[in-house]
Design a protein around this ligand. Structure first.
Ligand code: KG4
Ligand code: ZN
Length: 345
């Protein structure tokens, strides 16, 4: 059977995205970012996000079809992120997808946003096959989530650990805000950190020796206290040192916990995805750990680390190929391991 051709919409947060995938092969991927809309507020304003999704969703979908050289009649299925995320934002994508499903009669697959991130690792533009969905541990690090997942197959996900407070990306965004670096914080801290000394300031590595959960809110407070005591960094070098020291604290914890998850599950393979997976320091540290410990490492390509719809289309295509019936339930807070989303072999 040829790989299913799927059109997906993703609107859970601040990117309006649509994409067409043939299995895991990306035919088109269009992302309309709302960063400029939210930047003046230093964070995402949910109401503005919903309105911006509404304004661009039809254009983004048309472009994804045109870029992919695909007509609606060619498709095997439709997909949409139905949670977790901002409820108003999710509803825009879901209603657009429902409209398309009604008009075409195609099956509509609701996909968990974090299942999409899992699939972002194996998205391929030019390969017919991104490789089997082999058992692995996934480190998912984004603005809303930081979790370690034991993946034993399609729809068979067990959360091993998660953040107890801030997500890793949230920590980057909050620290960038307090340093006056604007929004979103990850990319700018990443750039500055590359010039700085990660040993300049000894920030805490919360819970590093303890289990598989994370905590990043104390680190953010530690940076705030440092700035209070010493004043805001006055030179580019001081700013770079502060960013490098903060980033090293996040990276050390993420790497240590990922290694612990591999050891406790006995899995031999690590996948890494989500917006923070684009981070240069994290990618370098993980690659070094993989070499040292001899396990295969697969990081999502940088262009697919942030939110996109190709990852949603690929996840749906896998479900279509496996004969999983479509289902859709808008759930702003449901976990990746919810039984309602499990695939029972
Ligand atoms: O996956 P994503 O696009 O959206 C969510 O599902 O949350 O992740 C966005 C997060 C933001 O917090 C952003 O600051 C962070 O990913 N991020 C980064 C980098 N690029 C984006 N964090 C660290 N280093 C980066 N290079
Ligand atoms: Zn995401």
């Amino acid at each position: 059977m040829p790989d299913p051709l799927v059109l997906a919409i993703e609107s859970s947060c601040d990117e309006t995205a649509a994409a067409v995938c043939e299995g895991r092969r990306v035919r088109s991927s269009v992302v309309a970012t709302q960063v400029e809309i939210h930047r003046p507020f230093g964070g995402i304003v949910p109401e503005l996000a919903s309105r911006a999704h509404l304004a661009s969703v039809t254009t983004v979908v048309s472009r994804a079809l045109a870029d992919g050289g695909v007509a609606l009649a060619d498709l095997d299925a439709l997909a949409v992120t139905d949670g977790p995320g901002l409820v108003g934002a999710l509803l825009v994508g879901v209603m657009a997808a429902r409209g398309l499903a009604t008009a075409t009669g195609l099956p509509l697959y609701g996909i968990h946003h974090m299942e999409g991130h899992l699939f972002s690792v194996s998205l391929a533009d030019d390969r017919a096959d991104g490789g089997p969905f082999v058992p692995h541990v996934a480190l998912l690090v984004s603005g809303g989530h930081t979790e370690l997942v034991d993946v034993s197959g399609l729809g068979a996900y067990r959360i091993l650990g998660a953040t107890r407070d801030d997500a890793a990306g949230e920590a980057f965004d909050k620290v960038a805000k307090l340093l006056g670096l604007g929004y979103p914080g990850g990319p700018v801290i990443d750039r500055l950190a590359a010039e700085g000394d990660p040993a300049a300031v000894a920030f805490p590595r919360a819970m590093i020796d303890d289990g598989l959960d994370f905590s990043f809110s104390g680190l953010k407070t530690a940076v705030a206290v440092h700035v209070d005591r010493h004043g805001p960094p006055r030179t580019r070098k001081a700013l770079a040192d502060l960013c490098a020291s903060f980033q090293a604290a996040v990276v050390d914890v993420l790497v240590a916990k990922a290694l612990r998850a591999l050891a406790t599950t006995g899995r031999g393979r690590l996948h890494v995805a989500g917006g923070v997976a684009a981070n240069g320091g994290l990618r370098t540290a993980l690659a070094a750990a993989a070499r040292r410990h001899g396990f295969p490492l697969a990081c999502a390509e940088r262009r697919y680390c942030g939110d996109n719809a190709a990852m949603i289309a690929a996840a749906a295509a896998a479900r279509v190929a496996a004969g999983v019936p479509p289902s859709l339930h808008v759930t702003p807070n449901e976990g990746l391991d919810s039984p309602s989303r499990a695939v029972v072999p």
